[in-house]
Ligand binder design. Structure first.
Ligand code: UDX
Ligand code: UDX
Ligand code: ADP
Length: 464
C-alpha cells in the first residue's frame, strides 16, 4: 500500500470536524480535506473568527488555527476531494429512521449509501474507505457491494474505525484515546489498508493502544461500548429512584460501589437522563438487529435501558408538577441548560427537550438560559417532536441570553445541564427575584443544596 498523502472526510459535523482537525494537526504531511453539502457549515469552518466555528468544543479552535490552510481544508467541492484522496472517511449523520420499516429503531443509512454511490461514481484511482459514522453491524458489506458493483473498476478497501470521543472532551479524547479501533478484511490487501490507517494514528497514539480486528467486531464494538455506558447511567438512575424512596443517598451509593475495581468510579452520575446523538440511537440499533435475528431476550434486555431513561425524564417533569401543588399552568419554570451535557452546543436527544415538552403539555411557561445553545435551536428541537404547532411552541418556550432574566419571577428552577457557571451564580439575588416558595429541581446534582436551603429555597435533587 502506498503511503497516504491525501485524506477526504465526507461530513463536517461533531465527529468529522474535530477528528480530522487532530489527524491534520498530527500528520502535517498529509492533506486533509473535510467536505460537506451544507454550505453554511463549511463557511463557518472557514471563518477567520474562530468563535464562529459551527460546533463548540473546548480546545478545537486552537487546533483548527494551527492546521487550517496548512494541510487542513474545509470545502463543498465533494467530488474533487473524493477523487484526489487516497483515503476517504465517511462521517455523515445516521439518524434513527423516521419512516417505513424499522421506524423509530433502525439507523437511516440513506446518507451513508449516498456517499458510497458518490465515491463509486467519482473515483478514478484505488481508495481506502473508512466508516467513521456509527453504523449497524454489516454496513461495511453494503458499502462494499455498492462500491464494487457501481464503481469505475477501481479497487476499494473498506475499514471500520469507530469514534469513541465524547463531546465536550473531544479534543483530549482524540489526543489521548483509551484505544483506537480499526477493523478490516483479513486478506493481504485488507491488512495493508489497516496498516495504512494504523500509521496515521501512530503519529501520536502508542501502537499498543491501536487495536485491529475484523470488520464486524469493530462495527459491533462501537454499539456495545455505547450500550454499556448508557446502561451504567440507566442503572444508577434506577437506583436514584430507590434512594429517593428510602433514606439512601445515590452519591454515597455510587461512591461505595465505584470503589470496587470491578465496577469502577466513572459514569455513575445519576441525572435527569442521558442524551446525545449516540446512546439512544446505538441501543435502538442493537435492539433492532437482535430482533431481526430472532434474539428476543437480547433485544428486551437492552431495550430496558431506553425504557428506564424515558422514565427518568418523565419522573423529573412529573415531580416538578406535583411539588408545585399539582399545577404548573401559567407558571414560569426556568431551565438552566438545554444542551445534552456541559461544554457542548449539541442538543440532540437532550433530556431538556423532553422535560420541556411534558411541562408545556401542562401549560407551563418555560424560560431557558443555556450559555451555548441558540433560541432557534431550542425551538427547532421542540418542533421536531411534533407535539403541537410551531406557533404554540413559540408562545410556551422563551429563551433568554441573561440567566438572571430567565430566572426572574419564576416559580421554579430546573437544572437540565451541568454547566459549571451555574454553581457561581448569585443565588441570594435569584431567590429574591423569584415567586415564593422558590423551588429548585436540580436534575444534575450540581448546586450546593445546603447553601440554597439556607437562603430559603425548596430544593429537590436526583436520588437524595
Ligand atoms: C458518547 C460516548 O461516551 C462516546 O464514547 C461515543 O463516541 C459517543 O457517545 P457523548 O454522547 O458525547 O459520548 O457524551 P457522554 O459523556 O457519553 O454522555 C452521554 C450522556 O450521558 C449525557 O447526556 C450525559 O450527561 C449523560 N451521563 C453521562 C450521565 O447522566 N451520567 C454519567 O455518569 C455520565
Ligand atoms: C460475589 C461478589 O463478587 C462478591 O463481591 C460478593 O461479596 C458475593 O458475590 P461470588 O459469588 O463469590 O462473589 O463470586 P464472583 O466472582 O462474583 O462470581 C459470581 C458468578 O459470576 C460466578 O458464577 C462466576 O463464574 C460468574 N462470572 C463472573 C461470570 O460468568 N463472568 C464474569 O466475568 C465474572
Ligand atoms: P455527527 O455527530 O455524526 O458528526 P453531524 O450531523 O454533526 O453528525 O454531521 C454530519 C454532517 O454530514 C452534516 O453536516 C451533513 O450536512 C453532512 N452530510 C450528510 N450527507 C452528506 C453527503 N452525502 N455529502 C456531504 N456531506 C454530507
Amino acid at each position: 500500500m502506498k503511503t497516504i498523502k491525501s485524506i477526504c472526510c465526507i461530513g463536517a459535523g461533531y465527529v468529522g470536524g474535530p477528528t480530522m482537525s487532530v489527524i491534520a494537526q498530527k500528520n502535517p504531511n498529509i492533506k486533509v480535506t473535510v467536505v460537506d453539502l451544507n454550505q453554511q457549515r463549511i463557511a463557518d469552518w472557514n471563518d477567520q473568527d474562530l468563535s464562529k466555528l459551527p460546533i463548540f468544543e473546548p480546545g478545537l479552535d486552537q487546533v483548527v488555527e494551527e492546521a487550517r490552510g496548512r494541510n487542513l481544508f474545509f470545502s463543498t467541492q465533494v467530488d474533487e476531494a473524493i477523487d484526489e484522496a487516497d483515503m476517504i472517511f465517511i462521517s455523515v449523520n445516521t439518524p434513527t429512521k423516521t419512516y417505513g420499516k424499522g421506524v423509530g429503531m433502525a439507523a437511516d443509512l440513506k446518507y451513508v449509501e449516498l456517499c458510497a454511490r458518490q465515491i463509486a461514481r467519482v473515483a478514478t484511482s484505488d481508495k481506502i474507505v473508512v466508516e467513521k459514522s456509527t453504523l449497524p453491524v454489516r454496513t461495511a458489506q453494503a458499502i462494499k457491494s455498492i462500491l464494487d458493483h457501481t464503481g469505475n473498476g477501481v479497487k476499494f478497501q473498506i475499514l471500520s474505525n469507530p469514534e469513541f470521543l465524547a463531546e465536550g472532551t473531544a479534543m483530549t479524547d482524540l489526543a489521548n484515546p483509551d484505544r483506537v479501533l480499526i477493523g478490516g478484511e483479513q486478506t493481504p490487501e485488507g491488512k495493508k489498508a489497516i496498516e495504512a490507517l494504523v500509521n496515521i494514528y501512530g503519529a501520536w497514539v502508542p501502537k499498543t493502544q491501536i487495536l485491529t480486528t475484523n470488520l464486524w467486531s469493530s462495527e459491533l464494538s462501537k454499539l456495545v461500548a455505547n450500550a454499556f455506558l448508557a446502561q451504567r447511567v440507566s442503572s444508577i438512575n434506577a437506583i436514584s429512584e430507590l434512594c429517593e424512596a428510602t433514606e439512601a443517598n445515590v452519591e454515597e451509593v455510587a461512591k461505595a460501589i465505584g470503589m470496587d475495581s470491578r465496577i469502577g468510579p466513572k459514569f455513575l452520575k445519576a441525572s435527569v437522563g442521558f442524551g446525545g446523538s449516540c446512546f439512544q440511537k446505538d441501543i435502538l440499533n442493537l435492539v433492532y438487529i437482535s430482533k431481526s435475528l430472532g434474539l428476543n431476550e437480547v433485544a428486551d434486555y437492552w431495550e430496558q435501558v431506553i425504557i428506564m431513561n424515558n422514565h427518568q425524564r418523565n419522573r423529573f417533569a412529573n415531580n416538578i408538577v406535583s411539588n408545585l401543588y399539582n399545577t404548573v399552568s401559567g407558571k414560569k419554570i426556568a431551565f438552566l441548560g438545554w444542551a445534552f451535557k456541559k461544554d457542548t452546543n449539541d442538543t440532540r436527544e437532550s433530556a431538556a427537550i423532553y422535560v420541556a415538552d411534558k411541562l408545556i403539555d401542562e401549560q407551563a411557561q418555560i424560560s431557558v438560559y443555556d450559555p451555548k445553545v441558540s433560541a432557534t435551536q431550542m425551538q427547532s428541537d421542540l418542533n421536531y417532536l411534533n407535539t403541537r404547532t410551531e406557533t404554540e411552541n413559540k408562545t410556551y418556550l422563551k429563551t433568554k441570553t441573561d440567566p438572571y432574566k430567565a430566572l426572574e419571577s419564576a416559580h421554579a428552577i430546573a437544572v437540565l445541564t451541568e454547566w459549571d457557571e451555574f454553581k457561581d451564580y448569585d443565588w441570594q439575588r435569584i431567590y429574591e427575584a423569584m415567586i415564593k416558595p422558590a423551588f429548585v429541581f436540580d436534575g444534575r446534582n450540581v448546586l450546593d443544596q445546603e447553601q440554597l436551603k439556607a437562603i430559603g429555597f425548596q430544593v429537590q435533587s436526583i436520588g437524595k
